[in-house]
Design a protein around this ligand. Structure first.
Ligand SMILES: CC(C)(COP(=O)(O)OP(=O)(O)OC[C@H]1O[C@@H](n2cnc3c(N)ncnc32)[C@H](O)[C@@H]1OP(=O)(O)O)[C@@H](O)C(=O)NCCC(=O)NCCS
Length: 327
């Protein structure tokens, strides 16, 4: 189911898709009215739909039409709240604004698959938690089945109860190791990590190694899922060994995804380099979070060495770890 659905982000420039959305949205609102929501005056409804359409394509909102083959199933609409957004906001939370499966396609798992897609988009935008106000008839049982819990708090906007759930980052299976490009290197150059991991923050200066174009696609890559960058990945051959390094995007760190990330990087590196031998890495001895992820991904301790830390002449203890060859 998950990979069967095609998602099309609405764009104000695509008149055909906008017309499709207008119709769906009108049916959705009509149904919510029947479920006891405050009915919307006709003139206002049209204006509201147009105002939603007018910001699609050029904003951080995800309004996607969902198709199974050529069949239109429904739509999803969400965003991550920021302080400067209008109205009631919960900064940092993913907000599921509207969500609709056409009546004839319900109870076949489409809603669940579409929700997973939206959760994926919201966690990639940095959300740790999600919230929504649940329609009392079809919404509430569905969202409860998705793991949302009532908070007891009511939205000052529609007076409906707010439901919440933690957002967990999930892998789509479409992650790929790609050569760095101007665009991806520029994004990675802006990555900053929170203390005590700030030493790993990137420096996107023109003379930094990250910006050395001769290494893009040979020694430096990004792990990406479509246009979403998940990590920066490096490798260098030394004799029979491949020495590697990687950094996961700061917004995805601390969510228990480290070992899965490392495994994806290893698989990608073996594929692009053809290297079957030992894979080696060096990690600061104090960085137990990373060491734990490496151990879970199959790396084992080799020795402790003293070395300089990046951008300074300060010496520190590092663990050397290895992952055995594959046959
Ligand atoms: C809510 C909605 C999106 C669910 O879509 P769906 O495709 O039917 O959902 P799924 O088939 O993936 O349902 C997943 C699970 O949710 C639960 N669920 C969904 N709808 C339910 C209902 N009406 N009653 C009880 N449980 C329900 C079930 O556990 C279901 O699993 P099951 O079918 O194996 O029992 C759809 O009913 C809808 O669009 N309703 C109108 C608009 C709406 O209410 N939107 C939400 C606004 S807050």
């Amino acid at each position: 189911m998950e990979n069967k659905i095609k998602y099309v982000q609405l764009s104000v420039d695509n008149k055909e898709e906008c017309a499709v959305f207008e119709k769906l949205m009108a049916a959705y609102v009509k149904e919510l009215d029947e479920h006891g929501h405050d009915p919307m005056p006709e003139g206002f409804l049209q204006k509201w739909i147009k105002s939603i359409i007018s910001i699609q394509g050029a904003s951080d909102r995800h309004l996607e039409l969902c198709y199974d083959g050529d069949t239109l199933i429904g739509f999803l609409y969400g965003k991550v709240d920021h302080e400067d957004h209008k109205g009631f906001v919960k900064p940092g939370y993913g907000y599921i604004m509207e969500f609709y499966v056409k009546p004839e396609y319900r109870r076949r798992g489409y809603g669940r698959a579409m929700f997973r897609r939206l959760e994926w988009l919201l966690t990639h935008d940095g959300a740790d938690k999600m919230y929504l106000t649940a329609d009392p008839v079809t919404g509430r049982p569905f969202w409860e089945a998705m793991g949302f819990l009532a908070t007891g708090e009511r939205s000052p906007e529609n007076k409906m109860e707010i439901y919440e759930k933690s957002a967990s980052f999930d892998w789509s299976g479409r992650e790929k190791l790609m050569p760095l490009t101007e665009e991806t290197a520029a994004e990675i150059g802006g990555w900053r990590y929170e203390s005590p991991y700030d030493a790993y923050s990137f420096r996107g200066d023109a003379d930094s190694w990250l910006m050395d174009r001769s290494t893009w696609g040979t020694e430096q890559f990004c792990l990406a899922d479509g246009d979403r960058i998940i990590g920066h990945v490096t490798c260098q051959n030394d004799g029979d060994d491949l020495w590697v390094g990687w950094s996961m995007a700061p917004r995805l760190c601390g969510k228990g995804s480290g070992a899965a990330f490392v495994k994806k990087c290893v698989t990608g590196l073996r594929r692009v380099t053809g290297h079957k031998g030992r894979i080696m890495l060096r990690v600061a001895a104090w960085n137990q979070r990373a060491i734990h992820a490496y151990q879970k991904a199959g790396f084992t301790y080799v020795e402790t060495i003293q070395d300089e830390i990046a951008y300074s002449d300060h010496m520190e203890d590092f663990w050397v770890m290895e992952l055995k060859s594959v046959n």
